[in-house]
Design a protein around this ligand. Structure first.
Ligand SMILES: Cc1cc2nc3c(=O)[nH]c(=O)nc-3n(C[C@H](O)[C@H](O)[C@H](O)COP(=O)(O)OP(=O)(O)OC[C@H]3O[C@@H](n4cnc5c(N)ncnc54)[C@H](O)[C@@H]3O)c2cc1C
Length: 440
């Protein structure tokens, strides 16, 4: 598949799209990325990338740059509104999972991916909004809102939760569903908080209280990032998202979280810009591909931010698909089928878990909140590390040459891909790695 003038059209320059283009470049497969927005516009908020995602970034050569601009998150801490600790877990322990977890702004990740594409000579075009495509016997043609078009051999829809490509493949839906959870977030300058200890910067702290959920931790170098979630019947309107009165939004948040422990109120008070986001997910699509077209990332399986996995799953998809395109001797249709069948079970389980976790974030009476926190503490102590192992211990490895053409189901539910490029690390192996500090 990689021979000749094979060319991949990638729609979407968020996370999955650029990661796929970089992985394909490593495989010697040409691609072009088309992004609807002007360069760097329309990107807000911050997030964490878990070790299963940072391992992909390492393999496409973006991780070192990103580490220098973000925060390594070593712990996840669970607290109540007074700051009493319910549980603490190592988070993304590199000795255990190969690479650390990172927290950063979305803009920083975008910049690292976009600049790396540029350095490697990958064509990325901005202000190219896909409006339709034509799948023909000898190729696929993408049409854009500015009247231009592009021709390729296959087209990958990496165009996010509101995917136009998905709308063409599945015009009757399913459509993204509002999860019932609103997100509000911001970045505060780190030099305004000299009292915060490094161990708190290098942790993601999840605070559950009667007035709702608040998360915080280090972000890009010299910033703290925080986010709060509220349950709601309806999403923010476009107007509420685009024209925010920041002083009024801070005031509103301080009414809710002003009595939570320090530094929560001052993180809010010292944040210049407040951002609002709706959260959607797609529990399951009947199929991810048709003809020469395939979906990856949020376009195929948008996941609630509660999972902390959307970006990492998008990165996994990208390397997985590139691996298959690189090694497969089969046609694109069978390659896409192998991709979907190997990936669907894992991602849909994480999507479901993300939706389930919203329930712990609602407002409650003080008594309900104490009871809820008691159970959260117990569950995290009992199952936290096991849960992390299942999600973070999944590896997509960039292999040298094709390995096997056999698909094999493993007894523990892990599935070896057509190329043998994917595996889940067993708990025994994770323990062995943990005993060997510095293991990549
Ligand atoms: C509030 C919030 C917090 C989150 N926090 C986390 C977190 O902490 N950790 C985590 O792992 N994930 C998190 N996520 C999820 C994560 O952001 C997504 O899963 C991830 O961005 C998916 O990557 P993607 O490349 O598939 O889609 P996107 O990043 O959405 O990229 C899609 C791109 O396609 C472009 N596009 C759309 N339509 C077209 C078109 N017609 N033509 C051309 N281009 C188009 C878009 O402009 C966009 O740039 C969060 C999401 C939200 C909403």
């Amino acid at each position: 598949m990689k021979n000749g003038n094979f060319h991949v059209l990638i729609i979407g320059g968020g996370i999955a799209g650029p990661a796929l283009a970089l992985a394909l470049k490593q495989a010697g497969i040409a691609s072009s990325v088309f992004e609807a927005y002007p360069y760097g516009e329309g990107i807000g908020g911050g997030f964490n990338i878990a070790p299963n995602g940072t391992r992909i970034l390492a393999q496409i050569g973006v991780l070192d740059d990103l580490v220098s601009k973000s925060t390594v998150a070593r712990f996840s801490k669970f607290k109540d509104e007074r700051g009493r600790e319910m549980a603490t877990l190592p988070y993304g322990d590199p000795a255990r999972y190969g690479q650390p977890a990172l927290t950063m702004s979305r803009a920083t990740l975008f910049e690292c991916l976009a600049q790396t594409m540029k350095q490697r000579g990958i064509s990325a075009q901005y202000e190219k909004r896909l409006t339709s495509f034509e799948d023909t016997a000898d190729g696929v043609v993408a049409y854009f809102a500015d009247g231009s078009s592009a021709r390729g051999d296959i087209l990958v829809g990496a165009d996010g939760v509101r995917s136009a490509v998905r709308n063409f493949l599945l015009p009757a839906g399913p459509n993204p569903e509002f999860t019932g959870m609103l997100g509000v977030c911001g970045f505060a300058p780190a030099d305004a908080f000299p009292e915060i200890h490094t161990s708190d910067v290098e942790a993601i702290t999840f605070t559950f209280g009667p007035d709702g959920f608040f998360g915080h931790g280090g972000g890009d170098t010299k910033t703290f990032l925080w986010w709060a979630n509220m349950m709601a019947e309806t999403p923010f309107t476009a107007e509420q998202i685009s024209s925010i009165d920041h002083a009024a939004a801070r005031e509103e948040l301080l009414k809710r979280f002003g009595t939570y422990y320090a530094p929560i109120p001052s993180l809010i008070a010292k944040t210049p810009k407040i951002l609002r986001q709706n959260t959607y997910d797609i529990q399951s699509l009947p199929f991810w591909h048709k003809g020469r077209v395939v979906l990856i990332g949020d376009a195929a399986h948008a996941v609630s931010p509660n999972s902390g996995q959307g970006a990492s799953l998008a990165l996994e998809d990208a390397l997985f698909l590139a691996n298959l395109l690189r090694t497969s001797e089969r046609g694109y249709s069978e390659t896409f089928a192998a991709f979907e069948s190997a990936r669907k079970g894992r991602v849909e389980k994480i999507v479901q878990e993300g939706r389930r976790r919203s329930k712990g974030k609602d407002v409650a009476t003080p008594l309900q909140s104490r009871i809820r926190n008691f159970f959260i503490g117990i569950m995290i102590k009992l199952f936290g590390v096991k849960g992390q192992d299942e999600v973070f211990g999944y590896r997509v490895d960039w292999m040298v040459g094709p390995v096997s053409s056999k698909t094999e189901d493993k007894p523990n539910g892990a599935r070896l891909s057509e190329t043998g490029a994917v595996r889940e690390i067993s708990r025994k192996e994770i323990k062995m790695r943990a005993a060997r500090p510095g293991y990549p």
